[in-house]
Design a binder for this molecule. Structure first.
Ligand code: PRP
Ligand code: URA
Length: 205
């Protein structure tokens, strides 16, 4: 399935400020919200709708409303920075959590938490700002599939070619929405040019 790179000029503007090493956590959180909102709109562009008959103040009409329930599953901890925009535009969305942490030397993700709502029949948006080696995303998607999710989309802010290849290899049917596709990983498996450690910058740690 495709890799879709955000094309909105506001996305490029926000990402540049997110990447800037002088951006402090308070602004970093605002910018994360802003790009998360743009990505939330892109990742739900193809949701199905059904007719709903209503009366406007002037006459009856057939409107349309969303047909499919949604769930968002942030990968802790950095994924939390992308949740609020989804809550704001989809107030009925269910939220699940998958806690994964990369080992600093091996870059292999270790699972430490999982709490998921019922996922069958829902569009499930797995969100994590950084797709680096792809190990965390592939593991999180294994988990949501095992919990019954069938229709899954992965949403990230910055991705690497290595991470995209790994995720497409592990879960070829999944659409990936990314704010930017960067050049490569460095020896420590950080994305270049990237933005550094997203979780640390989001929470000032
Ligand atoms: C970061 C990021 C992803 C992961 C990406 O999380 O938020 O979850 O690394 O790397 P990968 O594609 O190589 O797996 P980290 O493990 O640093 O934990 P944190 O969110 O708690 O900071
Ligand atoms: N996690 C991050 O936060 N940044 C990277 O560049 C890679 C993994």
């Amino acid at each position: 399935m495709p890799l879709l790179v955000l094309a909105h000029p506001l996305g490029a503007h926000v990402l540049t400020h997110l990447r800037d090493q002088t951006t402090k956590p308070a602004l970093f959180r605002t910018l994360s919200y802003q790009i998360g909102l743009l990505l939330a709109l892109e990742a739900t562009r193809d949701l199905t709708t059904v007719a709903k008959y209503i009366d406007t103040p002037l006459e009856p009409m057939a409107g349309r409303v969303l047909a499919q329930p949604l769930a968002i599953v942030p990968i802790l901890r950095a994924g939390l920075g992308m949740v609020q925009p989804f809550l704001d535009i989809f107030p009925d969305v269910s939220v699940g959590y998958v806690g994964l942490e990369r080992d600093h030397t091996t870059a292999i993700a270790r699972s430490y938490y999982c709490k998921l709502p019922p996922l069958a029949g829902k569009r499930v948006l797995v969100v994590d700002p950084m797709l680096a080696t792809g190990g965390s995303a592939a593991q999180a998607i294994d988990v949501v599939k095992a919990a019954g999710a069938k229709e899954i989309v992965f949403v990230c802010i910055v991705s690497s070619p290595e991470g995209v290849a790994k995720l497409q290899g592990a879960h070829p049917e999944i659409t990936i929405h990314t704010g930017a596709l960067d050049r490569e990983l460095n020896a420590k498996k950080y994305i270049l040019p990237g933005l550094g450690d997203f979780g640390d910058r989001l929470y000032g740690t």
